[in-house]
Design a protein around this ligand. Structure first.
Ligand code: SF4
Length: 448
C-alpha cells in the first residue's frame, strides 16, 4: 500500500553517500572488512547518493574503486576485481523520499486520523520510488537533476498521476497554479528519451469524470506506446477527508463511468490493439458488476494499483477449482474464517462457497467494515487491528485468516499501530496473515 515504501523517511536524515546496513558473511565485502555503518561515498570516482546510484555505477563493472568513510571518519579506498556476475554482498539503507509540494484536494494524508503513525503522513513524490515500487508522482516539482537521472539511469517505467490533461482541472485538483500543473514538456522529454510511463487518474465525480476523463484518456492515448497504460481509480473518502468540494463515488457514478469508458476502450482496442485505459476493480465492484475478462487486462500493467487484481485472483481460483473437480478429491475438513474488506467479501464468499461444496471444507468469509478510516473505505488493504477485533464475534472454526496486505511489508504491524502478535493473542483460535493468492497457489501446487 501507499505508505510501505516510504516509512524510513521519518527516522532518517540525508547524509552524503549511502550507508551499508548488511554485509553477507563470506562475501567480497566481508573479505574487505566492510561493516554495517560504513558509508560508500564514491564508485569509480562518481559520487553515490543512494543505493540506486551504487547499483547503477557498479553494475556490470569488473574493476571497482570504492571510496568508503568509516564511522570513525577514516577514509578508505578499496580496489576490487570481481567476475561480472559476482555480488559484493552488501545491503543498504532505504531511500529517503523527496516530498511533494502539492495540496491535492483528495490527498490521502488528509484522510488519516491524527493519531495515525507518522509514516502515513509522508507525502512522497520521488521518481526513484516510482521506478522501484510503482509509487505515483505528479512530476510537478521534479528537478533538472532528477530528470537527468531518470534518463541517464533508465529509471523506467515511471508512474505518473496525471488526473486530468485539462490544465485548469489538473491545477484545481492538485491545489497548484496552471504553470506548475503543466507537465506536458516533462512527459515529452521522458518519452523522447525512451522512458515509459504508466499514468493514473484518481476519479473525482463532477471534477475530472465525464468529458474531462474522455479527453484525458485520448490525450494520453496519443502518447502511446510511450505511455503504456492509464489506471482510473476512484476517490476514497474517509471520515477525516470530507472536503465539501469532493463528491463521493457512488454505485450510480461507477455505472456511468463504466458505460462511458467501455466505449472508449472498445475504440482504443480497435485502433491500438490494447485496452490502454483500465478502470480500477473498485469501480466494477461498487457498480455491482463483474470485472472484465482476463483478455481485457493484457499483461495487467497496473495490477498493484488495484486494476485487475480481482480478475487475476478469480482466474487463479478457477484454475484450482478445475483441478479439484478433475481429481474429485476432498482437500481436508478444514474449518475456519477468512476476513476481508467489505468490497471484496461478496466475490470471495461466492468462490469459497464453491470450494466448500466441492471439497468438504467449512470456510466462512467475514466482511470486515473499516471503522478506523470510516467513510467509503472498503478495500482489504486498509483494514486495521481494531477492525479485525470488532469482527471477532463472527469467527467460527479452528483458525482465522486475515489478508497479509494489511501488514507493513518489513514489520508485522498494522495501520493503527497494532502489532500482529498483539492481535493474535486476542483471538481464541490461531490467526494467520496470508496472501490469498499464495494460499490458492499452495492448494493448486498440492493438486499437481
Ligand atoms: S501528490 Fe497530492 S495526493 Fe500525493 S502526497 Fe502530494 S498532496 Fe498528497
Amino acid at each position: 500500500m501507499y505508505e510501505f515504501a516510504v516509512t524510513p523517511a521519518v527516522t532518517q536524515i540525508r547524509r552524503r553517500g549511502v550507508s551499508i546496513t548488511e554485509v553477507a558473511p563470506g562475501s567480497i565485502a566481508a573479505e574487505l572488512e566492510l561493516e554495517p555503518g560504513d558509508r560508500i561515498m564514491r564508485v569509480n570516482g562518481r559520487v553515490v547518493r543512494d543505493y540506486l546510484d551504487f547499483r547503477f555505477q557498479s553494475g556490470g563493472e569488473t574493476e571497482l574503486v570504492i571510496d568508503v568513510r568509516k564511522p570513525t571518519g577514516e577514509d578508505w579506498e578499496l580496489n576490487i576485481e570481481r567476475d561480472e556476475s559476482e555480488d559484493l554482498g552488501l545491503g543498504f539503507e532505504q531511500i529517503v523520499p523527496r516530498q511533494c509540494a502539492n495540496e491535492c484536494l483528495f490527498c490521502f494524508c488528509k484522510g488519516n486520523p491524527e493519531t495515525a503513525r507518522p509514516s502515513l503522513f509522508v507525502r512522497d513524490e520521488d521518481v526513484r520510488l516510482s521506478f522501484l515500487y510503482g509509487n505515483y508522482t505528479t512530476l510537478t516539482s521534479i528537478t533538472e537533476d532528477e530528470m537527468r537521472r531518470v534518463i541517464e539511469q533508465r529509471l523506467s517505467p515511471q508512474y505518473v498521476s496525471v488526473h486530468a490533461t485539462d490544465l485548469e482541472v489538473r491545477a484545481y485538483l492538485l491545489g497548484i497554479d496552471r504553470e506548475r500543473a503543466d507537465i506536458r514538456a516533462k512527459m515529452r522529454r521522458m518519452l523522447d528519451a525512451g522512458i515509459e510511463i504508466h499514468a493514473q487518474v484518481v476519479l473525482c465525480p463532477r471534477i475530472n469524470d465525464g468529458e474531462i476523463l474522455r479527453q484525458t484518456i485520448y490525450d494520453l492515448a496519443a502518447l502511446h506506446p510511450g505511455v503504456r497504460s492509464v489506471a482510473i481509480v476512484p476517490l476514497g473518502l474517509t471520515r477525516y477527508l470530507n472536503d465539501p468540494r469532493l463528491t463521493a463515488v457512488t454505485p450510480d457514478s461507477c455505472r456511468r463511468t463504466i458505460e462511458e469508458v467501455s466505449a472508449i476502450q472498445k475504440d482504443l482496442r480497435k485502433r491500438m490493439g490494447t485496452t490502454f485505459a483500465f478502470l480500477g476493480d473498485e469501480i466494477y465492484l461498487k457498480a455491482g458488476q463483474d470485472v472484465p475478462s482476463r483478455k481485457h487486462y493484457g499483461e495487467y500493467p497496473q495490477i498493484e494499483d488495484g486494476v485487475g487484481m480481482v480478475r487475476a485472483f478469480t482466474s487463479q481460483f478457477e484454475s484450482m477449482m478445475r483441478k479439484l473437480e478433475r481429481k474429485d478429491v476432498s482437500v481436508n475438513a478444514a474449518s475456519g474464517t477468512i476476513m476481508t474488506g467489505t468490497l471484496f467479501a461478496p466475490v470471495l464468499r461466492q468462490m469459497i462457497n464453491r470450494l466448500n461444496q466441492q471439497s468438504g471444507t467449512k470456510l466462512k468469509v467475514v466482511a470486515v467494515p473499516n471503522e478506523y478510516f470510516g467513510g467509503d473505505v472498503s478495500v482489504a488493504g486498509l483494514l486495521t487491528g481494531g477492525d479485525f477485533l470488532s469482527a471477532r464475534p463472527e469467527v467460527s472454526g479452528d483458525f482465522v485468516i486475515i489478508p497479509k496486505v494489511v501488514l507493513k511489508s518489513d514489520d508485522a504491524i498494522m495501520l493503527d499501530g497494532m502489532r500482529f502478535e498483539e492481535l493474535r493473542q486476542k483471538f481464541d483460535v490461531p490467526l494467520h496473515a496470508c496472501d490469498f493468492q499464495d494460499l490458492v497457489s499452495t492448494i493448486e501446487g498440492r493438486l499437481n
